[in-house]
Design a protein around this ligand. Structure first.
Ligand code: BYC
Length: 332
């Protein structure tokens, strides 16, 4: 695998690697997990910090479009389910910030980079959730795309990231099912409800395909990340898998995927489909999507409003540390 990438993608050949880098690559190739105290190339560490940090931010920012509907969920049961789901996303963010911390970067540093626009989060969360059907579409399509990407990441080479992914994937599959259950209810409801479900699918389909990242020819990090097994599949491979699995689910709902070019291709045993509008994707990740400003304002406000609470926790932690120190001095 590595040898192929060296040829096609111009990565460092074995001969160009230092003995330490060679030994590291051998461990990765053998499928060994890399742990925080192990030696690793600086590029590997940086790529992980970027990817895990971006992933953590996505979980936290991803609470906003759904959190917006907690107070307006149609029944008490739906409210309780949505509340649990949004709470899970906070937990995912925390596992991931903790995994990033093992690489020597603090949560505060990562959040500072998010708030100052130096770090990204998933493009999908810059689209609005206009009505209840959108909450169904987010669970079904957005969490569906997230799982497609995250299941292989359970086998990623960095131990703490891989272990975080195992826990996250268990919860994501529940999230996807709750979204599909909402879509099912609406698709089987009144004609107006079915139209709402179709409209949500129309708006979320292409943004969901964009979640997998740019097409392979434009993906800057894939080759090296795959050689290091930070990524296990290419962006296009996962996008294809998502389309193959999701189209039959849409058919079962009696809904139409908004793509005239969508067609089963017997030869590749998968669907042919239209590419998303990549100029829109690049605009969204540059900060010019429909909700970028609103999302960042909400996160910065939450951070600033929470300052007194963080200060209180830190003051307590400092006092507790002082007490422990005084007790150990007294015992000596
Ligand atoms: N959005 O070289 P490429 C969730 C950037 S949340 C924004 O292919 P890579 C959930 C990319 O960063 C799911 N930016 O990159 C939460 C790079 O720019 P920089 C989040 C994107 O990293 C709440 C440039 O484009 N999942 O589950 O090899 C509620 C070139 O791309 C995006 C993860 O984060 C995007 N979609 O591959 C519900 C999974 N795509 O950094 C659900 C972990 C690309 O050089 N991450 N970019 O400035 C990954 O697997 C990879 O990072 C990606 C991108 C496949 C996303």
């Amino acid at each position: 695998m590595y040898a192929q990438l060296v040829k096609s993608e111009g990565l460092k050949s074995r001969e160009e690697m230092s003995p330490q880098e060679q030994a590291f690559q051998d461990r990765v190739d053998k499928g060994e997990k890399i742990e925080p105290k192990d030696w690793m190339p600086e590029g590997y560490r940086k790529t992980l910090v970027r990817q895990i940090g971006q992933h953590a931010h996505s979980e936290i920012v991803g609470q906003l479009p759904e959190g917006n509907w907690i107070t307006r969920a149609p029944t008490l049961e739906r409210k309780a389910i949505l509340l649990a789901k949004v709470q899970d996303e906070a937990g995912h963010g925390l596992y991931l910030y903790s995994a990033a911390e093992t690489l020597g970067v603090s949560r505060d540093e990562l959040l500072d980079k998010l708030h100052s626009g130096k770090m990204k989060y998933s493009s999908i969360f810059n689209y609005p959730t206009l009505n209840w059907a959108d909450i169904g579409a987010v669970g079904w399509l957005v969490d569906g795309a997230a799982i497609m990407n995250q299941v292989p990441l359970q086998r990623t080479s960095y131990g703490p990231y891989s272990r975080a992914m195992i826990r996250i994937c268990k919860e994501e599959s529940f999230h996807q099912r709750q979204g599909y259950a909402i879509m099912m209810k609406m698709a089987q409801g009144t004609p107006d409800q079915k139209n709402m479900a179709q409209d949500a699918l129309n708006r979320f389909w292409f943004p969901s395909l964009m979640m997998f990242g740019p097409s392979d020819k434009d993906s800057v990090h894939s080759a090296q990340s795959m050689a290091w097994k930070i990524k296990i599949n290419t962006n296009d491979e996962l996008r294809q898998k998502f389309v193959n699995e999701t189209v039959p689910q849409a058919k079962y709902l009696g809904l139409t995927v908004p793509d005239e070019k969508l067609e089963w291709n017997e030869e590749k045993q998968g669907y042919d489909f239209s590419e998303p509008d990549w100029s829109e994707f690049f605009e969204v990740i540059k900060g010019n999507g429909p909700c970028n400003r609103e999302r960042m304002d909400a996160r910065v406000k939450a951070w600033e409003d929470g300052e007194w609470f963080r200060d209180g926790l830190n003051a307590y932690a400092d006092k507790a540390a002082d007490r422990r120190k005084a007790a150990s001095v007294a015992a000596e």
